[in-house]
Design a protein around this ligand. Structure first.
Ligand SMILES: Nc1nc2c(ncn2[C@@H]2O[C@H](COP(=O)(O)OP(=O)(O)O)[C@@H](O)[C@H]2O)c(=O)[nH]1
Ligand SMILES: [Mg+2]
Length: 238
């Protein structure tokens, strides 16, 4: 039994997986790692199995097909809950998030935060190698969410996080409607609204050097529609 479960979702990340796993093992040697692979056609799942066979702290959850980032994380969270971990970490497999930030983020969680967000849009945070359009979408999306949801979170779409598992238990997973990246917004907002403590830790996000982003227009549209609907529903209830 360990304190920390790091969940690494993968879809076609064969070029970066081994590197990120190595960096994680160095940064948080005591943590357990769970790769959640959606039957990547490029063989990422088989590579993960080989890494897991060589290291008892690494495990792999194979899912039948590409089913979206949200559901991959829900499956990982369910495992963190049933296995009794204290903290569940979200981190991308493509090297955009630096595992070296994790000890500081975990310290904030140990200090009382229920959710620690590795944040690009707070003082000290930054983004490297992103085209202006991607930056504009992220900034505008965050500004819009802050306004519509009346949220205080600066980087609510960020995917580098530490969750207190007991706080995750307060969320009814069956009620979570988001499938894609909007899932990040939904979880943070649910926790914020129910009075959980959220802290942002500045990070430098570095765009991937290998492989391809799974981001596409449909994901942005999903987020826009859902965030608007949640905001309107919450305002009507007030
Ligand atoms: N298991 C799983 N992982 C996914 C899926 N979509 C994206 N990911 C992973 O989520 C992380 C972030 O995706 P990425 O394409 O880099 O998004 P971006 O950083 O926003 O461009 C990466 O580790 C991806 O491999 C999915 O449908 N299933
Ligand atoms: Mg990425």
């Amino acid at each position: 039994m360990t304190e920390v479960l790091v969940i690494v979702p993968t879809y076609n990340e064969i070029e970066s997986l081994e590197l990120i796993i190595g960096r994680l093992r160095q940064a948080v040697p005591a943590a357990d790692l769970l790769v959640v692979d959606d039957s990547s056609p490029d063989g990422t799942g088989e590579l993960a199995d080989r890494l897991a066979a060589a290291d008892e702290r690494i495990r792999v959850l194979h899912r039948a097909g590409k089913d979206g980032l949200g559901r991959a994380y829900l499956a990982g969270f369910a495992q963190a809950i049933t296995e009794g971990y204290t903290y569940a970490v979200e981190i991308d497999a493509d090297g955009s998030h630096d595992p070296a930030e994790l000890p500081a983020m975990l310290d904030l969680a140990r200090g009382g935060a229920d959710l620690v967000i590795g944040s690009r849009w707070v003082k000290g945070g930054a983004v490297r190698n992103w085209p202006w359009l991607r930056q504009a979408i992220s900034r505008a999306g965050n500004a819009y969410s802050r306004w519509v949801l009346r949220s205080g979170i600066r980087d609510i779409t960020a995917g580098f996080r530490v969750y207190r598992v007991s706080a995750l238990k307060d969320i009814e997973f069956a009620e979570v409607s988001s499938q894609g990246y909007c899932f990040q917004v939904e979880f943070a907002w649910r926790l914020e609204r129910s009075g959980h403590r959220i802290q942002e830790h500045p990070i430098t996000f570095v765009e991937r050097a290998t492989g391809r982003s799974k981001m596409h227009l449909g994901i942005v549209v999903e987020a826009l529609i859902r965030v608007t609907a949640w905001g309107v529903a919450a305002t009507l209830k007030r």
